[in-house]
Every structure is written in C-alpha cells, then in structure tokens.
Design a protein around this ligand. Structure first.
Ligand SMILES: NC(=O)c1ccc[n+]([C@@H]2O[C@H](COP(=O)([O-])OP(=O)(O)OC[C@H]3O[C@@H](n4cnc5c(N)ncnc54)[C@H](O)[C@@H]3O)[C@@H](O)[C@H]2O)c1
Length: 332
C-alpha cells in the first residue's frame, strides 16, 4: 500500500490533478492539503475564514477566500481552474453554536453541499467528488457500533445538518449519476485545529498555559477517535476510487481506528503524555450530545483497503508537538 492508501502502482494518481478542496483552512482540510500537495496535486482551497498568520502554509495550495454557498464563485473556480476533483469538507462544525443558531448551521452545511453538488452536475469535467458527512449523522444507536447499513437518525442540529448533506450526496449519485461518495469519520484530532472549545486542542492549550483543563460535560461521553492524517488518507483514497468505480457512487464509508475513550480518559491521556500534574475541572454541564459513539470501519478496510497507521499514543504525541510549536510562536 502506498502513502495515500492506494495500491503502490496508483500512488502517483494524484500527480497533476486539480482539486477544489472546501474547508481547506480547517483541521481536516489542512491534513488533506498536505497529502495532496506532497503527491503533486494543485489544491484550490476554498474557505470562508483563512487565518492571517499560518505557520504551516502549504506552497502548492492556492487559497481562495469565499463562501461555498456562492454558486457563481464555485462555478468560476471549477471552470477557470479546470478542476477535476472535489473534496467538500466546508461546514460549521461546532456543536454548541449549532444548537444556539441552527439555521446558520443548516445554511452552511446543507446549502453549501447542494451548491457544490449542483455546480459539479453542471460541469461534467469533475470526475470524483467526496462529501464529508460525520459519524454524528447516525444519531444515538444505544452504544452499538455504527455500520453504514444503519438508518441515519440524528436528533441534534449539527448531526441533522450532516445527515442532510450525506443524503444529498446519495441523492445526486442516484438521480444524476454524480461520481460522489461520502465519508463518515469518527472524532478527529491532530495539529492545526484552532477550535479551542474542542477537547484535544483545549486540553493541550490549558496545560501549556499551566491551567487546569476544563471538561464541560461530566466526562463520561464515549467517543471513537481518529488521527487526522488517517482521516485525510481515507478521504483521498475514497476520492480516487469513486472516480474509477461506479459501484461506489452514492456510497458512505465510516473511518475510525478503534481508539475508544471517554472524554475524561482522553484528557487523562494527554495530561500523562505532557507530563503534567494538573487535574481536569469537570463542569458537568448538561450538553445535548450523544452519550456513546462507536464506529466500525470494517467496510473501508474491506472495500477500500484503508488502514489507520497511527496509534493513539503516536497521534497524540504528534498533536502535542504541533501545539507546543504553534503556541510558542503565537502565544495566546
Ligand atoms: N472534526 C471532527 O471530529 C469531524 C468528525 C467527522 C466529520 N467531520 C466533518 O469533516 C469536515 C471537516 O471538519 P474539520 O474538523 O476540519 O472542521 P473545521 O471546523 O476545522 O473546518 C471547517 C472549515 O470550513 C470552513 N467553512 C465553514 N463554512 C463555510 C462556508 N460556507 N464556505 C467556505 N468555508 C466554510 C471553516 O472556515 C473551516 O475552516 C466537516 O464537514 C465536518 O463536519 C469532522
């Protein structure tokens, strides 16, 4: 298996490709960019919120500031940049703001997705499309591991927005033959995530600042965690394969690494790896979140040949190292 999770003879498949990557400034977008650029693609990164200072700015990346809901802008990029591949990650991803302002999240996540799918339908040159859904689209499965054949039963606004985007992608594949597949990733962690309200970056930053990490919930929510580079490789492998295999059109794939921990266990693991004596402050606020999420990636392993490469310890070590460097260069 080559670097991108493709068979070795296809590992240069991305060389010379022109990729529209939405949400390129985000956690997963940065990791996907790094892999694609390293493999010779040109990445047109569309994002509504590019940071002004960026320690990891990629040289093969063309930053396009803009809104994925802007159909004219998306059409223009596809046409003028001769895009052949689209990876749609842009979304309002924070659960709290989604609960407070659901219409805004629905607009970014659902309208954004249909705008991309419509623009690709009109531009027949695009040969492969991946839309990021989420494990949260499944809703509460009473602790059973999510598998792709389960119905989507979301109950909270963010989760519903992802399920809607997921169904839109499936619909475009069925109704219009769009070459689109769907990722449903577990909880991602890795360097480059500047959403400090998320547990991994928030905990690392608190420890670097010498403050006790804060857990807003009671710490018992169980999540399946996935290192962001493994998610990026899965996303890229799926995009490659959906361009060659019509049987994958409209198909969803879970990506997870079996790294299952409660929030409290995750915080304890980070505290240990950072050699800190600090203990977390548990606020036990009532949060509208699914209690237990387990994700089976058996299908991605079987049908795409995808495998996670990072263990929890190695993924967290790389993540901590990234934040130590970032926070030393840009102290909060
Ligand atoms: N982080 C996770 O744990 C996780 C898990 C499963 C699925 N996902 C999905 O993967 C994708 C990427 O997640 P992430 O963690 O990198 O999120 P992120 O919040 O770090 O990045 C999302 C990016 O999208 C941009 N964006 C939002 N609305 C936009 C719009 N209208 N137009 C252009 N850009 C817009 C944001 O500015 C941001 O840079 C999302 O679709 C998310 O739902 C994430």
């Amino acid at each position: 298996m080559g670097d991108l999770g493709l068979t070795d003879e296809r590992d240069d498949a991305w060389s010379g490709r022109r990729v529209l990557l939405t949400g390129a400034a985000g956690l997963l977008g940065r990791a996907v960019t790094a892999e694609l650029v390293a493999h010779g693609s040109t990445v047109l990164g569309l994002d509504i919120d590019w940071p002004t200072d960026d320690p990891d700015a990629e040289t093969g990346l063309v930053r396009v500031p803009g809104d994925v809901r802007d159909r004219e802008a998306v059409d223009r990029i596809l046409r003028e940049e001769a895009v052949d591949s689209v990876i749609h990650l842009a979304a309002q991803t924070l659960v709290g703001p989604a609960l407070r302002e659901p219409a805004d999240t629905f607009s970014h996540n659902i309208q954004g997705t249909w705008t991309i799918l419509e623009a690709c339908r009109a531009q027949r040159r695009v040969a492969r499309i991946v839309v990021a859904s989420s494990d949260k689209a499944y809703g509460d499965a009473s602790g059973r591991p999510y598998v792709e054949t389960m119905a989507l039963r979301p109950r909270h606004p963010y989760d519903t927005s992802k399920a809607a985007a997921d169904l839109l992608a499936q619909t475009y594949a069925q109704a219009y033959g769009s070459p689109v597949a769907v990722t449903r990733c577990a909880n991602l962690y890795g360097g480059g995530d500047l959403n400090w309200s998320r547990i991994v970056p928030g905990t690392i930053r608190s420890i670097v600042l010498g403050e006790r990490p804060v857990i807003r919930s009671d710490g018992t929510f169980l999540r399946d965690y996935l290192f962001v580079r493994d998610a990026a490789i899965g996303t890229i492998a799926l995009a490659d394969q959906v361009g060659r295999r019509p049987d994958l059109h409209g198909q969803p794939f879970n990506f997870a690494a079996g790294q299952r921990l409660t929030v409290l266990e995750m915080v304890d693991r980070i505290v240990d790896l950072m050699g800190s004596p600090l203990t977390p402050r548990i606020l036990a606020e009532p949060l509208h979140e699914i209690q237990v999420q387990r994700v089976s990636a058996a299908r991605a392993r079987r049908e795409l040949g995808w495998r996670p490469r990072s263990t929890l310890a190695s993924g967290l070590r790389q993540t901590i190292a990234w934040y130590r460097t970032y926070l030393a260069a840009s102290p909060p």
